[in-house]
Write a protein that binds this ligand. Structure first.
Ligand SMILES: [Mn+2]
Length: 334
């Protein structure tokens, strides 16, 4: 099994990690390494946890810049053995924690350029970046990084209560409401390879639905998911983003989950996916092998004291990795 917690070495010579809550946290206790292509290659890493603490582009509540650190704290106690799939995710992926992208307050363009550069380092190592926001503007530089590395067409799947198709906000093009509009401007993203899953609620204005209609983007609203079931809808949405594409990018807005299981988010929305449904969705996504992944809009300050939102976000990553390693089928016994 790959080493965890390469610190905590005391004079008594015992090299065990101690309690989960002891010492410096990293994602699942993975080794911290620099965000460099060669270092990731040397480690054989196939997935890298990257904090993207950027929350300067939100149209509502700030605080998601605290999520990477909080998710490290919560995930520290997760065992690398994922019993639902009978795999050890460290053995499968050699997960690294590559730290956080440095953010420059009040300099959005420079911050975005750093996000793109850091993500590119991971992609160049043929590893999947697991980007933890941050607000929902971060797919703009992440998508740009992936777009440049993909030789052919690229798909985009976006789980969210909100369709985020606002072309601009009072002229500003890089808000957390605008990433879908920016994504389809990339030269290798055709709107017919874009799918949005989980739309609902009172924060999707008519002009954004006009945008969806105009560009032919497929949106799966919650009522359709209720009628058809999560497996069928997510499978079809994944068909859309993989049809004729060389790679796809998956962006998970935490608010796609019902507010009861995901209070720690920018805009909690009732009427959403259950925790079980999002985990099943993540397994199906993983089975199709996304080239890049993000989870955004987690705000620890609004989570409940048991940190259920952050815990679910950690499990979403685990189940996605489980789907990736096994093709999406959980074990039934053992
Ligand atoms: Mn949202």
């Amino acid at each position: 099994m790959a080493a965890r917690k390469p610190y905590a070495l005391g004079p008594d010579g015992w090299e065990g990690p101690g309690l989960p809550q002891s010492n410096l946290p990293s994602f699942m206790g993975a080794p911290w390494i620099p965000c460099r292509t060669q270092t990731l290659r040397d480690m054989g890493s196939k997935a890298a946890f990257l904090g993207v603490p950027y929350d300067q582009a939100t149209v509502y509540r700030w605080g998601s810049s605290h999520a990477p650190r909080a998710l490290r704290y919560v995930s520290e106690m997760f065992l690398p053995y994922l019993g639902d799939f009978d795999i050890n995710v460290f053995d499968e992926f050699h997960i690294a924690d590559v730290g956080d992208v440095p953010m420059i307050p009040a300099d959005a363009a420079r911050s975005r350029s750093y996000i793109e550069r850091y993500v590119n380092e991971i992609l160049a190592a043929d590893a999947m970046p697991i980007c933890i926001g941050g607000d929902h503007s971060i797919p703009i530089p992440i998508g740009a990084a992936l777009s440049k590395r993909v030789t052919g067409a690229m798909g985009y799947i976006h789980f969210d209560a909100h369709i985020d198709c606002q072309p601009n906000f009072a002229g500003e093009r890089f808000t957390n409401w605008s990433h879908v509009a920016r994504m389809i401007e990339l030269p290798n993203v055709d709107p017919k390879n874009v799918a949005i899953v989980g739309a609902r609620g009172a924060l999707n204005p008519p002009e954004q639905w006009d945008f969806v209609d105009q560009h032919g983007i497929r949106v799966y609203r919650m009522n359709e998911i209720e009628e058809r079931g999560i497996r069928e809808v997510v499978t079809e949405a994944l068909d859309i983003v993989t049809l004729g594409t060389d790679a796809f990018y998956c962006s998970l807005d935490s608010d796609v989950v019902d507010a009861s299981a995901m209070p720690g988010t920018d805009a909690p929305e009732p009427g959403g996916l259950t925790s079980h449904e999002i985990l099943r969705a993540c397994e199906l996504i993983g089975a199709r092998k996304p080239a890049a992944l993000d989870i955004v809009e987690l705000i620890p300050a609004y989570d409940n004291p048991a940190m259920i939102s952050l815990r679910l976000a950690g499990y979403m990553i685990m189940h996605l990795l489980g789907g990736m390693a096994t093709g999406g089928e959980r074990v039934r016994s053992r």
